[in-house]
Structure formats: C-alpha cells, structure tokens
Write a protein that binds this ligand. Structure first.
Ligand SMILES: Cc1cc2nc3c(=O)[nH]c(=O)nc-3n(C[C@H](O)[C@H](O)[C@H](O)COP(=O)(O)OP(=O)(O)OC[C@H]3O[C@@H](n4cnc5c(N)ncnc54)[C@H](O)[C@@H]3O)c2cc1C
Length: 386
C-alpha cells in the first residue's frame, strides 16, 4: 500500500475503524475474552499496521504524532485492540532498526501490506516486571544462530501474531542487561502459548504467557547487535511504548467522559422531572474533574510527543512522566465515572465498568507506575537508573 498527500489522515482512518469495527465488537469480545481478528484485518486494510514502517519499504513512515493519534482513536472504542496496535507498532520499529536491513525487508513489506502482525515478548516469569533483565540466556549454535529457552509471562497477541520480537541474554552475557533481541516466527518449532488469557481488563487481546523451548533462531533474524538489546529496549522501544500506552489511557478517559455525559443527560428522576445532570451539582462537579484530568493527560501527551519529534533535555523526563501520569489519570477518571453513574455503571448498563477494568492495566504494565516514579526520582537526584 502506498500513501499520498490526498489520502485521509491516519487518525481519520482509525476513527472510521473504531466506528465501524471496534465499537461493534468491543463489549462482546471483552465478555468472551476474544481476540479481535476483525480489528487486525481492518488495521491492515487501512495501512495502519504499516504506520511506522519506513516509506522505502511501503509503509507510511510516520512519526510519533500519528502513532499517538491513531492509538488514542482506537482506544476510545476498544482499548484491547489499541494495545494490540501499540505492541505491533513497537515490534515494527525494532525490526526496522535491524543491523542488517536487507534481511528484514520482505518482512517489513508484509507488515506494510497489512498481512503480518508482530508483537513484543519481553517480560519473563523470572524477572517479572523488570523487562530490561531477561533471565533466559540464548545458546550459541556455533555460527548458525542461537537456541532460546524462555518463559515469557505476558505476550499481547499471543497465538495470533505472525512473529514475536523476543529478548534474551546474549550467549556470552556477563551481566543482567547483556541482552539481544531476536525475531521468532510464529511457526518456529518449540514456540507455544502457555495458557489462556483471562485478565480483569484488556481481556480481548490474548495477553497470554508463552514458552520458547529450544527455539532455533537463525543468525539473520537477530534484530540487534550482540548485547545491544538493552539499549534498543530503552532507546527504540521505551519512548514510543510509554507515549503509546498513555494514548491508550487517554482513549479510555475520553470514552468514560463521553459515556458519563450520555448517562447524566438521559437518566431521569421522574419524580423530579429532571435528568441526573440537571438535578445534582455534585455529579456535574465530578464530571468536570474527569474532564480536567483527561485534558491534563492530553496536554502532557502532546508535550511528550513534541519532545520526541524534536528531542531536548526534557524528553526522557517527559517519557517517564507520561506513562505514570496516564496510569493515574485512567484509574481516577474511570473511578469517578463509576461513582458518578452509580448502580447503572456497577450493573453494566453503561460501558464504564469495562473502561474501569481496562484502566487498571496501564499502571502494572512495565515499566510500572512504581518503577517510573523511582526512575523519575533518581533522575532528578542524578542517581543512575540501573
Ligand atoms: C494486559 C497486559 C498486557 C501485557 N502485554 C505484554 C507484552 O505484550 N509483552 C511483554 O513483554 N509484557 C507484557 N505485559 C507484562 C507487563 O509489562 C509486566 O511485566 C507485568 O504486568 C508485571 O506483572 P508482575 O506481577 O510480574 O509484576 P511484579 O514485578 O511482580 O510487580 C509487583 C509490584 O511491585 C512493584 N515493583 C516492581 N519492581 C519495583 C521497583 N523496582 N520499585 C518499586 N516498585 C516495584 C510493581 O510496580 C508492582 O506494583 C503485559 C501485562 C498486562 C497486564
């Protein structure tokens, strides 16, 4: 798929997919814990799986802002599908930065054509949320690649992706961050999904554990230089991951505000002859707080995105702040939405209860809100992060 200036903007396409595909299936997919293959097909069909693929390989060659705008638009209708998009887009940036680009061109072309979904498999059961320190160690096959045995604890799109960007300590690693990133195709012998995904929220994205049992990865599918996995995770992945997951939170906040407005305008006290919103100033004040927190998050995401486009001395601080702030905002806004809409929200007459559950994932996805606060404190005090 090629892109021209007269094409609809990426965010416009995302809003159309959100309206015609995601919004229709989100509630049922959440209830059933069903991965939305329709969402992936629609994203591929509109060229959005190739958003971050360089234009030279048929992609859109887009930067952080379209990525953020698309993610937020998708999340407003279905946060699960938005996370699938985020993980795929990040996997794509790692693949596009491979040391031997010629080896990954066919793959990038497939991604740009919308026929290949990828994802990140970093977190391991042994090091939990400390994704930067895999405990698995690749074994050298003496010139013909490596063999990897690893217990990956959560992998979004597990069993649905066509490939996995996998971290593992290098064969000659000396320390916990001497890692390398590898591409493991879905049909690799030894790769399996190790359990069903039955999360509290973000239930429709198959974030299951996966096992690699002696998976052989040929040399040409090594995605970083030996030992350069740690810097790729921090420099290539972390900035876009943090702003991308913040955009998921923003979509959740916006959807919750919209659902709360609808409820306050339509639910009535018949004995008073008013709507809830007309009758109760405390509900209007809570709605106002939800709107303020949502707009504060949007502004911080906007500032972070601008600093990713034109890096300066504050870029890394904002990258750390934005995901921590987003985790807080999503929980606060959806909690207020639950309270404001009362029993109607609690008994699932609105979608707010789903957003409330989805909102709680952001703070525990690594780097977690706690870890981010520790990093921010350390960086303000000039203490090394690792
Ligand atoms: C929906 C969902 C999708 C996911 N998708 C992926 C994926 O696609 N790929 C992937 O690699 N991973 C994925 N993850 C995993 C995620 O990134 C984390 O690794 C995981 O949520 C950590 O859970 P844990 O129980 O192992 O946390 P633990 O490490 O056990 O943390 C427990 C608590 O300790 C706190 N804590 C931990 N370390 C510190 C510290 N140094 N300082 C202060 N507090 C600390 C944490 O904040 C947390 O509150 C996903 C997770 C979820 C929920």
């Amino acid at each position: 798929m090629t892109f021209t200036d007269s094409d609809p903007s990426y965010a416009t396409r995302a809003r159309e997919i959100a309206r015609t595909v995601l919004a229709i299936g989100a509630a049922d997919n959440d209830r059933a814990g069903r991965f939305s293959t329709e969402a992936v097909r629609a994203l591929g069909g509109e060229g959005l799986l190739g958003l971050l693929v360089p234009a030279a390989h048929g992609g859109a060659g887009a930067g952080p802002r379209p990525f953020v705008d698309v993610t937020a638009a998708l999340a407003e209708a279905d946060p699960s599908a938005a996370l699938v998009f985020v993980m795929h887009s990040l996997g794509t940036t790692v693949i596009a930065a491979a040391p031997d680009p010629a080896q990954v061109v066919p793959l990038l072309r497939d991604i740009a054509a919308g026929s290949h979904l990828t994802t990140l498999a970093f977190s391991e059961a042994g090091s939990r949320s400390h994704f930067w320190a895999p405990v698995s160690k690749a074994e050298s096959l003496n010139g013909s690649g490596v063999s990897i045995t690893a217990r990956k604890s959560w992998v979004t799109s597990a069993g649905f992706a066509n490939s996995y960007v996998v971290s593992s300590l290098s064969p000659n690693a000396q320390g916990p961050t001497d890692s390398t990133l590898y591409l493991v195709p879905a049909d690799s012998p030894g790769l399996s999904v190790a359990g069903a995904w039955d999360g509290m929220g973000l239930r429709a994205n198959a974030s299951s554990p996966m096992l690699l049992d002696g998976c052989v990865v040929p040399g040409h599918l090594r995605l970083t230089a030996e030992g350069a996995g740690f810097s790729a995770m921090l420099q290539t992945v972390l900035p876009l991951f943090n702003v991308g997951t913040a955009a998921v939170a923003l979509g959740i906040c916006r959807a919750t505000v919209a659902a709360t407005v609808t409820h306050l305008k339509t639910a009535r006290f018949e004995h008073l002859g008013t709507t809830l919103g007309e009758a109760l100033p405390n509900l209007r004040a809570q709605l106002a707080t939800m709107q303020i927190k949502t707009d504060q998050l949007a502004t911080l995401i906007d500032d972070t995105t601008a600093r990713l486009e034109r890096p300066d001395g504050l870029t890394m601080l904002r990258v750390l702040e934005v995901k921590a702030a987003a985790g807080d905002a999503a929980i606060e806004v959806t909690s207020l939405g639950m309270r404001t809409c009362g029993g109607a929200a609690f008994s699932r007459h609105t979608a707010i209860e789903r957003y409330f559950r989805d909102a709680h994932a952001g703070a525990v996805m690594a780097p977690t809100s706690d870890v981010l606060r520790d990093f921010i404190g350390k960086s303000l005090l000039d203490i090394p992060l690792f």
